[in-house]
Design a protein around this ligand. Structure first.
Ligand code: HEC
Length: 173
């Protein structure tokens, strides 16, 4: 890109010098110099057009990247739903108050850990004193057995973005 820019600039400067010579000399070459100048003008127009086009593309991609980043940081519920089905769905329900191998995760955010009626929790989780927020869920999912030593929940989600997506989904399954 820089190379072709430089090339255009050189062509443009060369043409301008030619035209000046042509006019001062008044020789028949003057006509071809004018022609060159016309070419140069067309070149500039094309070059300007090209720069504007590039700027447009650059701005556009910046905007897309930014909104992409904002989304990434927030977590995407739809992606979370797919991840949840794959990684958690064998043991947990998120949209129903039914327990399986794991307790229901419906309404888990805002709930105290180990308090779903009728689920046989490990003493470790029951007495953990954790209240489930996006932050506590994040560290729990990153490494459950380190966060709550002795828990029976062993499914790790090492990827930060995947955790965000899953948590976003759990907030509104
Ligand atoms: C193999 C089964 C299994 C899988 C897969 C699994 N869990 Fe669990 N989960 C459990 C069990 C069992 C418990 C209860 C742990 C205890 O009592 O120590 C639990 C507990 C939890 C709790 C605490 C709930 C509460 O009421 O305090 C959360 C939150 C949780 N799991 C989230 C997840 C998420 C998110 C995934 C997917 C990334 C997942 N689990 C995958 C079995 C599983």
């Amino acid at each position: 890109m820089a190379e072709s820019l430089g090339f255009q600039a050189v062509r443009f400067c060369g043409a301008k010098r030619d035209s000046r010579h042509g006019v001062s000399g008044g020789d028949p070459a003057g006509r071809s110099a004018t022609k060159t100048a016309a070419f140069a003008a067309a070149d500039i127009r094309r070059w300007r057009h090209w720069v504007r086009f590039k700027l447009f593309i650059l701005l556009g991609s910046l905007l897309v990247t930014q909104s992409g980043l904002a989304k990434a940081q927030e977590g995407v519920a739809e992606r979370g739903r797919v991840l949840f089905q794959r990684q958690c769905g064998v043991c947990h329900q998120a949209a129903q108050p039914r327990n399986g191998l794991g307790p229901t995760l419906q309404g888990v955010i805002g709930r105290a850990a180990g308090t779903v009626e009728g689920f046989n929790y490990s003493p470790a989780l029951k007495s953990s004193g954790i209240s489930w927020t996006p932050e506590t869920l994040d560290s729990f999912l990153a490494n459950p057995t380190t966060t709550v030593r002795g828990t029976r929940m062993a499914q790790r989600v090492p990827d930060e973005q995947q955790r965000r997506d899953i948590i976003k989904f759990l907030a509104a399954p």
